[in-house]
Design a protein around this ligand. Sequence first.
Ligand code: ACO
Length: 426
Amino acid sequence: MSKAELHIDGKIIELPVIEGSEGERAINIENLRAETGLITLDPGYANTGSCESSITFINGEEGILHHRGYSIESLADNCSFLEVSYLLVKGHLPNAAELEAFTDSILGHTMLHEDLRLFFRALPKDAHPMAACSAMVSALATFYPDSLDPRNEREVEISIHRLLAKLPTIAAYAYKHSVGQPFMYPDNSLSYVGNFLHLMFANPCEDFEVDPVVEKAIDLLLILHADHEQNCSASTVRLVGSSHANLFAAVSAGINALWGPRHGGANQEVIEMLGAIADEGLTGKQFVDRAKSRDDTSRLMGFGHRVYKNFDPRARIIKKATFDVLERLGVNSRLLEIAVELEELALKDEYFVERNLYPNVDFYSGVIYTAIGTPENMFTPNFAIGRLPGWIAQWLEMHEHRHKIGRPRQIYTGETNRKIQPIAER
Ligand code: ACO
């Protein structure tokens, strides 16, 4: 094993260098503080690995994404979302019998407890569905106290199936509540995605048929969002889970982390940005100039990524799927035209080139969601449904490995040794 040397205060400290299966290297500083009294400082953790993991590999320089050794392109071409979920959670692709049992179990848990349905009634109509999803997932812990022990394999398994089954129902009910429509019961004869579409768009007064083009497009989007190693929400799930909080609590926290506009909330922001450009009659160039300006807080939403310094491979797949779906549905999209123009301008612009800012997964996803009739405030809940198996896999892996409670340190920069003045003298 190679070693790095740290020269500090006249001493030489040897630090082991570990290497991952794709050749990534890291200096292991686990014993640094014990040996030197020093800590490392890395705001935003841009240089810090928080764990070893065998779930997802990303090479951001080359734009590569693999889950359990399979490329995202091959998973998108060959698998369904439930197969990819099984792969992430269990570590291998299911055979036909395993997939059937997994699917049956998930479809068998899609209903919500009647009392949980009542919770939605207490929410304001304009509540963002992400807030509702997080609250309802957290509330699942109150309905299933029998499956909260993170060290009990059987309890964990049942919680995983409940979560995968119920999050689409929860997300759809958050939407139904926001538009004042009755909640539909799940139809377990449909596919996972077909049932989600039924919950979202069916109503008791009309027949509803799942459009196979839309069903396939959503399934693909869910696959593309299924995991992305130690991103903000996955790290949140691990951090909360590291205190041995139950899976529902950890996933609820992950949903909140995902909601932020710098993370999963960017998909909604992108479509709002494209809509505003169309409404204000701006040219692509005018908006790109705004996004570059230090005097303007606007960013080109859907561009840039902490890890990808090249094309996000998911963005390429979504862009192609967007064109396919729009053609199959016979839809013309002004928003897509604006997106393509912005992409072309940004990819040639020195500001974006210098900073390696490329389209990320969120850049085109809003256009495809819009084309298939998904309301804007449901883009990020769709992302959460897709990301759920990844969160679960990350939480499970942490519990399978030796782990400590997550607890970063800090460098204190505040006042020192102050004396309390009597209140009358302050
Ligand atoms: N538009 C304009 N400028 C940008 C953009 C953007 N989209 N993204 C980054 N920059 C600039 C920053 O202003 C900064 O410039 P400076 O060096 O002159 O100060 C530089 O590029 C680096 O940006 P950071 O924010 O420091 O990079 P970081 O790796 O911390 O952030 C992030 C990555 C948050 C994704 C950022 O690129 C961003 O805000 N993008 C827009 C939001 C977005 O699309 N988020 C979704 C990401 S994918 C996901 O989470 C699912």
